[in-house]
Design a binder for this molecule. Structure first.
Ligand code: ATP
Ligand code: MG
Length: 428
């Protein structure tokens, strides 16, 4: 581990951070072989801010082949773009050769890259000043674009000419807002102006790249910065379903997103909560359509849609009714729905005691093991067939009637009782 100290022209500030020993090992191994190597980008930014970095990326003058020759276990993560993952025990670290980027395409990477021997060139290709700093023990912080100053001023500013940088890769426009939401920073004036001018180019950016940034924004402390993205013109292009809402509704869904659990389905559901007022479509269907378009995974799509479908369900303390509701919403979904509902009630200034009570009753029902689905019914389809019930539609109807009976009266969930009931239905 190592500490660092930064000396600036006018003021002396001390900022210490520690880099993981495995990162040091990689840097030292590359240096011992005669190459340059630095921790770079987000990890330097986060370490300076006292945040825990997501991952530690390393930039080096060594080519991918040279990196591979120095470490036992490596993965060719993006070799054409200069990235090799070095594996140390179970941890992987991306080591990328200093490079200059060509034009960005729809993927994660630019269409073509040129390797370079200059760290400065590599830092120049990066999006924002706060993301364009490098660090190693020997040289301390390499900060050519005053990233440290911008961290102190709490601003997001492009490296170089903002217009050119956004023109090269429009995703950076959305990234500016994402970092602003994660860090609570403002966007510098020229950067904001250029972002507005070029936001329309986000049309050309792939859904995968867009949802990666949206996801990070929604999981940040400021999911409500969707409104910042909107003011820049981003939402009109990538999420018109949000853009068309009134200022009041946007403020409400932002507050709801902040109030509800920091999970993607909840946060997406919050953002689309008021969308029903702007189209004929049910918000649950809007969520499905929008999140499919953004190419989110099925679990996120289905859960967000489920929260919107059932979010406004009846709040009750009647246990039978609650068992029916658990059956209709599907297993433990109800707990998530009620959490979401509590956030909604809080947002509109209501007491949440009733929602909490229903939540507790649900938990009690789960703990007691009451039958709340066909799979927990004390009689099976096979057993009904043995009793002479024909397989098919009638079987389905009988099972369903038995389940309804058991949801009302859990004590009826007994094979003998249910066989009698089944025969009664069959003979009626
Ligand atoms: P996070 O903590 O979310 O991982 P990060 O800063 O590490 O944030 P990444 O998307 O992982 O962001 O990118 C790593 C680094 O690569 C950035 O810090 C930045 O220097 C550079 N970078 C990433 N995407 C771009 C881009 N589209 N244009 C220019 N530079 C980029
Ligand atoms: Mg990163």
């Amino acid at each position: 581990m190592s500490g660092i100290m930064i000396y600036q022209m006018r003021q002396v500030i001390t900022m210490k951070f520690e880099i993981p020993s495995k990162v040091e090992t990689i840097i030292h191994t590359l240096e011992a072989a005669g190459f340059e190597a630095y921790a770079v980008g987000g990890c330097v930014r986060d370490a300076l801010l006292g945040r825990t970095p997501n991952d530690w990326d390393i930039t080096t003058s060594a080519t991918p082949e040279q990196v591979k020759a120095l470490f036992h276990r490596t993965v060719d993560t993006g070799i054409a773009h200069g990235t090799v993952t070095v594996l140390l025990d179970k941890d992987g670290f991306e080591v990328t050769t200093y490079r200059v980027d060509g034009e960005y395409e729809d993927g994660r990477h630019p269409k073509e890259v040129t390797f370079t021997a200059s760290l400065e060139e590599d830092l120049k290709r990066r999006d924002f000043t706060i993301n364009a700093m490098a660090y190693n023990d020997e040289h301390g912080i390499v900060d050519i674009f005053d990233g440290v100053g911008d961290l102190q001023r709490k601003i997001i500013r492009c490296v170089g000419n903002a217009h050119d940088r956004f023109d090269e890769d429009a995703l950076r426009i959305l990234r500016a807002v994402r970092f602003s939401a994660q860090l609570g920073f403002g966007i510098e004036e020229n950067t904001a102006r250029a972002a507005k001018e070029l936001a329309v180019n986000l049309k050309r950016i792939s859904s995968e790249r867009i949802h990666t940034e949206f996801n990070k924004m929604l999981k940040s402390a400021h999911p409500d910065y969707f409104s910042v993205a909107d003011a820049i013109g981003i939402m009109e292009i990538v999420l018109p379903e949000y853009h068309v809402m009134s200022a009041q509704d946007k403020a409400f869904v932002g507050a709801l997103a902040k109030e509800c659990a920091c999970l993607l389905p909840e946060r997406y559901a919050a953002m689309l909560f008021m969308s029903g007022g702007y189209s004929e479509e049910d918000p649950a269907d809007t969520a499905k359509r929008v999140l499919k378009r953004l190419k989110l995974d099925n679990d996120t799509i289905n859960t967000a849609s489920m929260l919107l479908r059932f979010g406004m369900l009846e709040i009750t303390d009647d246990e039978s009714r609650i068992r029916h509701i658990i059956y209709e919403t599907g297993d433990k979904n109800i707990l998530r729905i009620l959490d979401f509902r509590a956030a909604y009630e809080k947002c509109i200034g209501n007491d949440i005691a009733d929602v909490r009570r229903m939540y507790d009753i649900c938990n009690m029902i789960f703990e007691r093991g009451d039958c709340v689905s066909l799979k927990n019914l004390a009689i099976t389809g096979k057993e009904l067939i043995a009793m002479g019930v024909p397989a098919g539609r009638q079987m389905g109807e009988i099972l369903n009637s038995l389940l309804m009976l058991v949801l009302d009266n859990p004590q009826f969930n007994d094979r003998e009782q249910l066989s009698k009931e089944a025969l009664k239905i069959l003979n009626s």
